[in-house]
Design a protein around this ligand. Structure first.
Ligand SMILES: [Zn+2]
Length: 284
Protein backbone atom coordinates (compact mmCIF):
# COMPACT_ATOMS: atom_id res chain seq x y z
CA UNK A 1 0.00 0.00 0.00
CA UNK A 2 1.17 3.50 -0.75
CA UNK A 3 2.34 5.55 2.19
CA UNK A 4 2.12 9.32 2.51
CA UNK A 5 5.37 11.21 2.13
CA UNK A 6 6.16 14.69 3.30
CA UNK A 7 8.18 17.11 1.20
CA UNK A 8 7.83 20.18 3.42
CA UNK A 9 5.98 21.47 6.48
CA UNK A 10 3.02 22.23 4.31
CA UNK A 11 2.98 19.58 1.59
CA UNK A 12 2.44 15.83 1.70
CA UNK A 13 1.68 13.41 -1.11
CA UNK A 14 0.57 9.83 -1.62
CA UNK A 15 2.75 8.17 -4.29
CA UNK A 16 1.15 6.64 -7.40
CA UNK A 17 0.45 2.95 -7.94
CA UNK A 18 0.94 1.74 -11.48
CA UNK A 19 -0.90 -1.59 -11.26
CA UNK A 20 -4.34 0.08 -11.11
CA UNK A 21 -3.23 3.46 -12.48
CA UNK A 22 -3.55 5.38 -9.21
CA UNK A 23 -2.09 8.88 -9.63
CA UNK A 24 -0.35 10.99 -7.02
CA UNK A 25 -2.66 12.64 -4.49
CA UNK A 26 -1.45 15.59 -2.47
CA UNK A 27 -2.38 18.02 0.27
CA UNK A 28 -1.17 21.57 0.75
CA UNK A 29 -1.90 22.82 4.25
CA UNK A 30 -2.04 26.55 4.92
CA UNK A 31 -2.55 28.21 8.30
CA UNK A 32 -6.26 28.61 7.58
CA UNK A 33 -7.25 26.21 4.83
CA UNK A 34 -6.02 23.02 3.20
CA UNK A 35 -6.36 22.06 -0.43
CA UNK A 36 -6.27 18.47 -1.66
CA UNK A 37 -5.10 17.71 -5.17
CA UNK A 38 -7.03 15.07 -7.12
CA UNK A 39 -9.62 12.66 -5.78
CA UNK A 40 -8.05 9.32 -6.67
CA UNK A 41 -9.34 6.49 -8.82
CA UNK A 42 -11.80 4.90 -6.36
CA UNK A 43 -13.37 5.24 -2.95
CA UNK A 44 -10.70 2.84 -1.71
CA UNK A 45 -7.94 5.07 -3.02
CA UNK A 46 -9.55 8.23 -1.60
CA UNK A 47 -10.09 6.56 1.78
CA UNK A 48 -6.49 5.40 1.93
CA UNK A 49 -5.44 9.01 1.43
CA UNK A 50 -7.97 10.47 3.88
CA UNK A 51 -7.04 7.98 6.59
CA UNK A 52 -3.36 8.78 6.34
CA UNK A 53 -4.11 12.52 6.30
CA UNK A 54 -6.15 12.10 9.45
CA UNK A 55 -3.20 10.50 11.19
CA UNK A 56 -1.30 13.69 10.39
CA UNK A 57 -4.26 15.81 11.58
CA UNK A 58 -4.76 17.19 8.07
CA UNK A 59 -8.31 17.81 6.85
CA UNK A 60 -9.04 19.15 3.39
CA UNK A 61 -11.25 22.20 2.84
CA UNK A 62 -11.01 22.24 -0.95
CA UNK A 63 -10.37 19.62 -3.58
CA UNK A 64 -8.75 20.69 -6.87
CA UNK A 65 -8.98 18.40 -9.89
CA UNK A 66 -6.16 18.38 -12.44
CA UNK A 67 -8.43 17.01 -15.22
CA UNK A 68 -11.36 14.67 -15.71
CA UNK A 69 -9.64 11.32 -16.41
CA UNK A 70 -11.26 8.56 -14.32
CA UNK A 71 -8.21 7.91 -12.18
CA UNK A 72 -8.20 11.49 -10.90
CA UNK A 73 -11.92 11.81 -10.11
CA UNK A 74 -13.54 8.50 -9.10
CA UNK A 75 -12.82 9.18 -5.41
CA UNK A 76 -14.70 12.51 -5.46
CA UNK A 77 -17.83 11.45 -3.58
CA UNK A 78 -15.68 9.93 -0.83
CA UNK A 79 -13.64 13.07 -0.33
CA UNK A 80 -16.87 15.09 -0.36
CA UNK A 81 -15.60 18.64 0.11
CA UNK A 82 -15.91 21.75 -2.01
CA UNK A 83 -14.45 20.87 -5.40
CA UNK A 84 -12.70 23.17 -7.84
CA UNK A 85 -12.30 22.29 -11.49
CA UNK A 86 -11.74 23.92 -14.85
CA UNK A 87 -15.09 24.48 -16.58
CA UNK A 88 -14.18 21.91 -19.22
CA UNK A 89 -13.45 19.35 -16.49
CA UNK A 90 -16.89 20.02 -15.07
CA UNK A 91 -18.48 19.54 -18.50
CA UNK A 92 -16.62 16.28 -18.99
CA UNK A 93 -17.66 15.00 -15.56
CA UNK A 94 -21.29 15.67 -16.46
CA UNK A 95 -20.84 13.43 -19.50
CA UNK A 96 -18.99 10.73 -17.53
CA UNK A 97 -21.93 10.59 -15.12
CA UNK A 98 -23.99 9.03 -17.90
CA UNK A 99 -21.61 6.09 -18.40
CA UNK A 100 -21.71 2.66 -16.77
CA UNK A 101 -18.56 0.91 -15.69
CA UNK A 102 -19.59 -2.75 -15.77
CA UNK A 103 -17.53 -5.12 -17.92
CA UNK A 104 -19.90 -5.19 -20.87
CA UNK A 105 -20.05 -1.39 -21.15
CA UNK A 106 -16.31 -0.99 -20.68
CA UNK A 107 -15.61 -3.70 -23.26
CA UNK A 108 -18.05 -2.10 -25.65
CA UNK A 109 -16.32 1.28 -25.35
CA UNK A 110 -12.92 -0.34 -25.86
CA UNK A 111 -14.28 -1.93 -29.03
CA UNK A 112 -15.67 1.41 -30.25
CA UNK A 113 -12.32 3.02 -29.51
CA UNK A 114 -13.65 5.49 -26.94
CA UNK A 115 -11.93 3.75 -24.04
CA UNK A 116 -8.34 2.53 -23.80
CA UNK A 117 -7.77 -1.16 -22.99
CA UNK A 118 -5.24 -0.20 -20.30
CA UNK A 119 -7.78 2.03 -18.51
CA UNK A 120 -10.58 -0.52 -18.82
CA UNK A 121 -8.36 -3.18 -17.24
CA UNK A 122 -7.25 -0.82 -14.47
CA UNK A 123 -10.87 0.14 -13.74
CA UNK A 124 -11.85 -3.52 -13.46
CA UNK A 125 -8.93 -4.24 -11.14
CA UNK A 126 -9.35 -1.14 -8.98
CA UNK A 127 -13.12 -1.22 -8.58
CA UNK A 128 -13.58 -5.00 -8.37
CA UNK A 129 -17.30 -5.69 -8.20
CA UNK A 130 -18.14 -2.22 -6.88
CA UNK A 131 -18.80 -0.60 -10.22
CA UNK A 132 -21.24 2.04 -8.99
CA UNK A 133 -19.38 5.32 -9.36
CA UNK A 134 -21.08 8.45 -8.08
CA UNK A 135 -19.59 11.58 -9.57
CA UNK A 136 -20.60 14.85 -7.93
CA UNK A 137 -20.51 17.94 -10.14
CA UNK A 138 -17.61 20.23 -9.10
CA UNK A 139 -18.80 23.23 -7.09
CA UNK A 140 -16.45 25.96 -8.29
CA UNK A 141 -15.24 26.40 -11.86
CA UNK A 142 -12.86 28.82 -13.52
CA UNK A 143 -11.69 29.65 -17.03
CA UNK A 144 -7.99 30.59 -17.05
CA UNK A 145 -6.68 30.90 -13.55
CA UNK A 146 -7.70 31.32 -9.94
CA UNK A 147 -5.89 31.45 -6.65
CA UNK A 148 -6.73 30.61 -3.07
CA UNK A 149 -5.03 32.12 -0.05
CA UNK A 150 -4.68 29.16 2.31
CA UNK A 151 -2.98 31.24 5.00
CA UNK A 152 0.76 31.73 4.60
CA UNK A 153 0.67 29.82 1.35
CA UNK A 154 -1.20 30.20 -1.93
CA UNK A 155 -2.62 27.70 -4.39
CA UNK A 156 -2.63 29.05 -7.94
CA UNK A 157 -4.80 26.85 -10.13
CA UNK A 158 -4.26 27.41 -13.84
CA UNK A 159 -5.55 25.84 -17.00
CA UNK A 160 -2.74 24.75 -19.35
CA UNK A 161 -4.39 22.27 -21.75
CA UNK A 162 -2.00 20.19 -23.86
CA UNK A 163 -2.28 16.95 -25.81
CA UNK A 164 -3.10 14.68 -22.88
CA UNK A 165 -6.44 16.42 -22.29
CA UNK A 166 -7.72 19.87 -23.19
CA UNK A 167 -8.89 20.49 -19.62
CA UNK A 168 -5.47 19.88 -18.00
CA UNK A 169 -4.84 22.15 -15.07
CA UNK A 170 -1.77 22.67 -12.89
CA UNK A 171 -1.57 23.75 -9.26
CA UNK A 172 1.31 26.04 -8.37
CA UNK A 173 2.40 26.78 -4.82
CA UNK A 174 4.66 29.84 -5.21
CA UNK A 175 5.81 30.10 -1.58
CA UNK A 176 6.99 26.47 -1.70
CA UNK A 177 8.19 26.59 -5.31
CA UNK A 178 6.21 23.45 -6.04
CA UNK A 179 4.23 22.71 -9.19
CA UNK A 180 1.67 19.91 -9.49
CA UNK A 181 1.49 19.08 -13.18
CA UNK A 182 -1.22 16.43 -13.19
CA UNK A 183 -0.95 14.55 -16.50
CA UNK A 184 -0.42 17.61 -18.70
CA UNK A 185 3.04 16.57 -19.93
CA UNK A 186 1.92 13.13 -21.03
CA UNK A 187 0.79 12.27 -24.56
CA UNK A 188 -2.72 11.95 -25.90
CA UNK A 189 -3.57 8.35 -25.05
CA UNK A 190 -6.98 8.48 -26.68
CA UNK A 191 -5.76 9.00 -30.25
CA UNK A 192 -5.45 5.88 -32.44
CA UNK A 193 -1.77 5.78 -31.59
CA UNK A 194 -0.42 7.73 -28.62
CA UNK A 195 0.46 11.18 -29.87
CA UNK A 196 1.89 14.63 -29.29
CA UNK A 197 1.17 17.49 -31.64
CA UNK A 198 3.62 20.29 -32.37
CA UNK A 199 1.17 23.14 -31.73
CA UNK A 200 -0.19 21.84 -28.42
CA UNK A 201 3.28 20.98 -27.14
CA UNK A 202 4.74 24.39 -27.90
CA UNK A 203 1.75 26.09 -26.31
CA UNK A 204 2.07 23.93 -23.20
CA UNK A 205 5.83 24.34 -22.88
CA UNK A 206 5.49 28.10 -23.12
CA UNK A 207 3.02 28.08 -20.22
CA UNK A 208 5.06 25.71 -18.06
CA UNK A 209 8.34 27.55 -18.58
CA UNK A 210 7.09 30.58 -16.68
CA UNK A 211 6.71 28.83 -13.31
CA UNK A 212 9.48 29.45 -10.84
CA UNK A 213 9.56 26.07 -9.09
CA UNK A 214 12.10 23.60 -7.75
CA UNK A 215 9.91 20.55 -7.25
CA UNK A 216 7.52 19.19 -9.85
CA UNK A 217 4.96 16.44 -9.52
CA UNK A 218 3.90 14.41 -12.56
CA UNK A 219 0.89 12.39 -11.47
CA UNK A 220 2.15 8.98 -12.56
CA UNK A 221 5.80 9.39 -11.68
CA UNK A 222 6.93 7.61 -8.51
CA UNK A 223 8.96 10.49 -7.23
CA UNK A 224 8.88 14.25 -7.63
CA UNK A 225 11.08 15.67 -10.36
CA UNK A 226 13.60 18.38 -9.55
CA UNK A 227 14.33 21.52 -11.52
CA UNK A 228 17.14 20.22 -13.68
CA UNK A 229 15.23 17.15 -14.78
CA UNK A 230 12.07 19.16 -15.38
CA UNK A 231 13.97 21.60 -17.58
CA UNK A 232 15.48 18.72 -19.49
CA UNK A 233 12.04 17.21 -20.06
CA UNK A 234 10.60 20.52 -21.23
CA UNK A 235 13.50 21.11 -23.59
CA UNK A 236 13.22 17.57 -24.92
CA UNK A 237 9.54 18.11 -25.76
CA UNK A 238 10.25 21.47 -27.35
CA UNK A 239 13.22 20.29 -29.41
CA UNK A 240 11.36 17.21 -30.59
CA UNK A 241 8.40 19.37 -31.62
CA UNK A 242 10.70 21.57 -33.74
CA UNK A 243 12.51 18.58 -35.25
CA UNK A 244 9.23 16.88 -36.08
CA UNK A 245 8.41 19.92 -38.14
CA UNK A 246 11.90 20.24 -39.62
CA UNK A 247 11.96 16.60 -40.75
CA UNK A 248 8.25 16.35 -41.58
CA UNK A 249 7.76 13.56 -39.05
CA UNK A 250 10.68 11.41 -40.27
CA UNK A 251 11.30 9.33 -37.16
CA UNK A 252 14.86 8.20 -37.96
CA UNK A 253 16.02 11.70 -38.82
CA UNK A 254 14.60 13.04 -35.57
CA UNK A 255 16.21 10.28 -33.48
CA UNK A 256 19.55 10.85 -35.19
CA UNK A 257 19.60 14.56 -34.53
CA UNK A 258 18.39 14.34 -30.91
CA UNK A 259 20.92 11.66 -30.07
CA UNK A 260 23.69 13.65 -31.76
CA UNK A 261 22.74 16.66 -29.69
CA UNK A 262 22.71 14.64 -26.45
CA UNK A 263 25.82 12.70 -27.48
CA UNK A 264 24.31 9.41 -26.41
CA UNK A 265 21.78 6.76 -27.33
CA UNK A 266 18.19 7.62 -26.43
CA UNK A 267 16.42 5.71 -23.70
CA UNK A 268 13.07 3.94 -24.10
CA UNK A 269 11.02 6.86 -22.79
CA UNK A 270 12.72 9.31 -25.13
CA UNK A 271 12.18 6.99 -28.09
CA UNK A 272 8.51 6.73 -27.14
CA UNK A 273 8.13 10.51 -26.99
CA UNK A 274 9.58 10.83 -30.48
CA UNK A 275 7.26 8.11 -31.73
CA UNK A 276 4.30 9.98 -30.25
CA UNK A 277 5.31 13.14 -32.15
CA UNK A 278 5.59 11.15 -35.37
CA UNK A 279 2.12 9.70 -34.73
CA UNK A 280 0.78 13.16 -34.06
CA UNK A 281 2.40 14.55 -37.20
CA UNK A 282 0.79 11.96 -39.44
CA UNK A 283 -2.66 12.82 -38.16
CA UNK A 284 -2.08 16.58 -37.99
ZN1 LIG B 1 -4.90 11.65 -17.42
Amino acid sequence: MQKIERISNRIVYLPPYEETDRPILAAVAGDKKTILIDAGNSSKHANLFLKQLEELHIRGDFLALTHSDWDHIFGMSTIDIETIAHYKTQEKIKKLKELSWEDKFLDQRVEEGTEIPFCAEAIKKELGNQREVFLPIPDITFDKKMSINLGGVTAVIEHVGGDHADDCTVIYIPEEKVLFLGDCMYANLYSKKWSYTIANTLQLVEQLEKYDANIFFLSHHDKPVYKEEFQFRIKFLKDTAFLTKKYSGNQNAIIKEVSKELQRKLNAEEMEIIECFVNGYVTE
